[in-house]
Each structure stands twice: as structure tokens, then as C-alpha cells.
Design a protein around this ligand. Structure first.
Ligand SMILES: [Zn+2]
Length: 285
């Protein structure tokens, strides 16, 4: 299969990159990022590097295709950003800043900042939608040097994944992420940790007792989430060589995005990633 980066060699052009961003950001409806006005917008005369500027007659200010996004106020050409996103999608689970800097010929600190910005745009993917059907939950320790962090992972069978750093393995820490992001009445499979028992009130809760060497009973098992831990730890160890605790959530968001949308074609994932990266940064928090 032809790699998408070869297919999109034409993208090494700021005009094409700007056109792609414009299409994914506005989707046919230009809206002022300051006041949200959609009716009183007119094109502005300034047009630079393919980025269009508009004038809002409601707030009497101008804005561009990249106002409020991660692409604003950066000296990195737009095509390098878009090309970096394509390389990220082609990678196996994640992309290191060193590899990005080699591919798009920017310095390592610049590539590091770019990756941090890209990861920051994916955090709202964590809050979107709820999981339903048969879900599996488990917690895992992620450690790097003296940094140790517990992650709670919940995954739909053949579906999406959500990862949350938690303070401890108490019943409250394990229950509230489920309450918020797993639909009531769903089936949740966990191991036999007693603090998961709170889930009985809201979900059809089944357990497998790993210490008694019981790993699967009919459709009750936690093999999917165990596989997720294996992949995540592999990515963090081999691609990123360990991650500091304060940046772990960003890496988890990127991994969750890649995992949750694994069944989409590369082109669809590319469109989704571009549209997420075009969301105004103020909406991310
Ligand atoms: Zn406005």
C-alpha cells in the first residue's frame, strides 16, 4: 500500500496546507472565533502564505484561518505542521520528537514543542462521548525513574479507549471516572480488586479472579485492557524512553486517540486529526 506521505507529497506547499486547514476548520461555515458571529463576516484584503483573513462586522476585528489554534504565532511553515500530522498517523502508536525533527527538518526543541501542542489538542477527545456495551476496566502503574503514576483505563470491546491518571486505587478514584464516561447499565469487567465493588450499583459488574488463575469466563475477561497496557507501556518505553509524570496525560491522550480511531482509514483519521488541531485553544480547557 502506498504510504500516505508519498501520496501527499504535494502537501509540501503552504498554499495546499492552508487550504486543507481552512476546509477542516470552517467546514463551509466561517465563524468569528471571538464573538461566534457567522453572518457578518467578509473577506479581508490581506492574504499571506495561503492563509485568508476575514473581518467580523459584529466585533469589528479581523481574524484568520488559524486564529486561536496551535498554528498561530509559530515560525514553523504550515506545511511542516500538516506533514508532521501525516507522519504521526503513519507511525506505530506514537511519534518521538527526534523522529519528527528529522523528517520535517526542524530543531529538536521545536519538534518537542510541536508534539506537545499536537497532544494538547487531543485532550478534548477524552471528554467526548461515553462508553457503552461491554467495557473492561483496569489500573496500571506507569513509572519513569522516580515518577510513578497510576492510570485507570476503560475500553469498549472493539471500541474506544479512555485513560485517566488517578491518585490512588480507592473506591472513589475508581468509581467517578466510570460514572462520568461509562453509560449507566453497561457491562463492566474488572479484576477482583475489592474497591471496584462500588460499580455494582450502576453497572452490570463482572469480575475475574487473576490470583486464582481465572482469566476468562465466557465473555467475562479483561484481556483487551491488558493488551492496551502492553501496547502503551511498549510505546512509552521504546519510542519515548520514559515519560515524566506531568506530561503523561498528553501521551495517554494521543495513544487513546490512535487506539480509539484505529478502524478508520488513514484519510478519515487525517481529516479528524486536522479538524481537532484546528479547534481554538480556548475551547480545549
Ligand atoms: Zn466577531
Amino acid at each position: 500500500m502506498q504510504k500516505i506521505s508519498k501520496k501527499f507529497t504535494i502537501i509540501k506547499n503552504n498554499l495546499v496546507a492552508a487550504r486543507i486547514l481552512r476546509k477542516q476548520r470552517w467546514k463551509g461555515q466561517i465563524a468569528c472565533p471571538r464573538c461566534g458571529c457567522v453572518n457578518d463576516i467578509s473577506p479581508h484584503s490581506i492574504f499571506k502564505n495561503g492563509i485568508k483573513r476575514y473581518f467580523c462586522h459584529n466585533c469589528m476585528k479581523t481574524f484568520t484561518d488559524i486564529t486561536g489554534t496551535i498554528y498561530e504565532k509559530t515560525k514553523v511553515p504550515l506545511w511542516k505542521w500538516v506533514y508532521g500530522l501525516i507522519i504521526l498517523l503513519e507511525s506505530t502508536g506514537s511519534l518521538s520528537a527526534a523522529e519528527l525533527s528529522r523528517n520535517i527538518e526542524v530543531s529538536y526543541p521545536t519538534a518537542l514543542k510541536m508534539m506537545r501542542k499536537i497532544r494538547s489538542t487531543l485532550q478534548n477527545d477524552r471528554f467526548e462521548g461515553t462508553l457503552k456495551g461491554i467495557c473492561e476496566s483496569d489500573e496500571a502503574w506507569i513509572s519513569h525513574k522516580k515518577n510513578q503514576q497510576i492510570l485507570l483505563g476503560t475500553v469498549e470491546r472493539n471500541g474506544r479507549l479512555k485513560l485517566f491518571p488517578i491518585m490512588d486505587r480507592s473506591d472513589t478514584s475508581l468509581y467517578f471516572p466510570h460514572r462520568k464516561y461509562v453509560e449507566k447499565g453497561s457491562m463492566v469487567c474488572t479484576d477482583s480488586l475489592s474497591t471496584y465493588n462500588n460499580l455494582n450499583h450502576r453497572y452490570i459488574h463482572h469480575t475475574v479472579n487473576h490470583s486464582a488463575k481465572q482469566f476468562a469466563w465466557r465473555h467475562v475477561h479483561t484481556n483487551t485492557i491488558e493488551g492496551v497496557w502492553s501496547m502503551l507501556k511498549g510505546v512509552l518505553r521504546t519510542i519515548h524512553h520514559g515519560v515524566w509524570k506531568r506530561y503523561l496525560q498528553g501521551y495517554c491522550d494521543l495513544f487513546s486517540f490512535m487506539y480509539s480511531h484505529r478502524f478508520l482509514s488513514l484519510s478519515d483519521r487525517f481529516s479528524l486529526l486536522i479538524s481537532k488541531s484546528c479547534q481554538p485553544r480556548s475551547c480545549l480547557y
